[in-house]
Design a protein around this ligand. Structure first.
Ligand SMILES: [Zn+2]
Length: 254
């Protein structure tokens, strides 16, 4: 929401345009903004069978939101359906709602190196100690939850990381949401068929979402620092899906 006029609102659309809507409920502030990575024409990573990352991203984000709401923690989703949204719009939603935490949910691609443990990675903003603590908390919960599954994992270099680009934080949602505590969780490797199968199953999604929820709640309500399985500023994995997928088409609003 940008500003109001008699009978409606000027709002930012998912494609980063401005339009007027006549209805809706204004939300000024929430505790946690959850961002399901990719969406619409932007599938994100793909499993060897062709399943798109955007699907478990949304399923997990929705469940985290509902679990947090059950605990009295208010939430908003950057996208609640399978729609494309620019990184700028995601970050703008996150900062406009002034949340305590902004958590972007992804499932990774790229490495083909096998691992005996889950390849979970959590990225935080380079300069944010609070973000690092949030990333550790979420990482620890997701890593230990997935460790209970008998899966042939990828990525022998999991951990809590930050990644520097030419202009500060490499990842757009973290760079453009500076001032808000932001974390990207790459829970497992979509590009690895056994991991993709796990995160496409409802029980796998529930386990992951409940782990992310515990990580967020612990960070919100205690000062506990996560375990140090961290690899700060570790060499990046090469696999970052394209951030924009062709022309952006706004869904109907209002
Ligand atoms: Zn992704």
């Amino acid at each position: 929401m940008l500003s109001s006029f008699a009978g409606g609102w000027w709002v930012r659309t998912p494609c980063d345009n401005v339009t007027a809507v006549g209805g809706g409920t204004r939300i000024d502030r929430v505790d946690v903004v959850l961002d399901a990575g990719h969406g619409g024409a932007e599938s994100g990573a793909r499993s060897p069978d062709g399943e798109a990352e955007k699907v478990p991203n949304l399923a997990v984000a929705r469940r985290v939101a509902s679990r947090l709401e059950q605990m009295g923690i208010s939430t908003a989703l950057t996208r609640g359906s399978d729609s494309f949204m620019t990184l700028k719009t995601r970050a703008e939603i996150a900062t406009a709602l002034r949340p305590k935490a902004f958590v972007s949910i992804h499932h990774n691609a790229g490495t083909t190196e096998p691992s005996t443990v889950p390849g979970t990675e959590a990225y935080h903003q380079i300069a944010s100690d609070d973000g690092r603590r949030l990333a550790r908390s979420i990482y620890e919960e997701v890593f230990s939850t997935f460790s209970r599954y008998d899966v042939r994992w990828y990525n022998p270099n999991p951990g809590v990381k930050s990644r520097r680009g030419d202009d500060g934080d490499y990842y757009g949602v973290l760079r453009m949401s500076q001032g808000t505590v932001g974390v990207i969780i790459e829970a497992a490797f979509m590009s690895n068929e056994p991991e993709a199968k796990l995160v496409l199953r409802p029980d796998g999604q529930h386990a992951e979402a409940d782990a992310i929820t515990r990580g967020i709640v612990r960070w919100l309500r205690t000062d506990r620092t996560g375990v140090v399985l961290a690899e700060p500023n570790a060499p990046p994995d090469p696999a970052v899906p394209a951030e924009d997928a062709g022309a952006c088409v706004d869904p109907p609003l209002g």
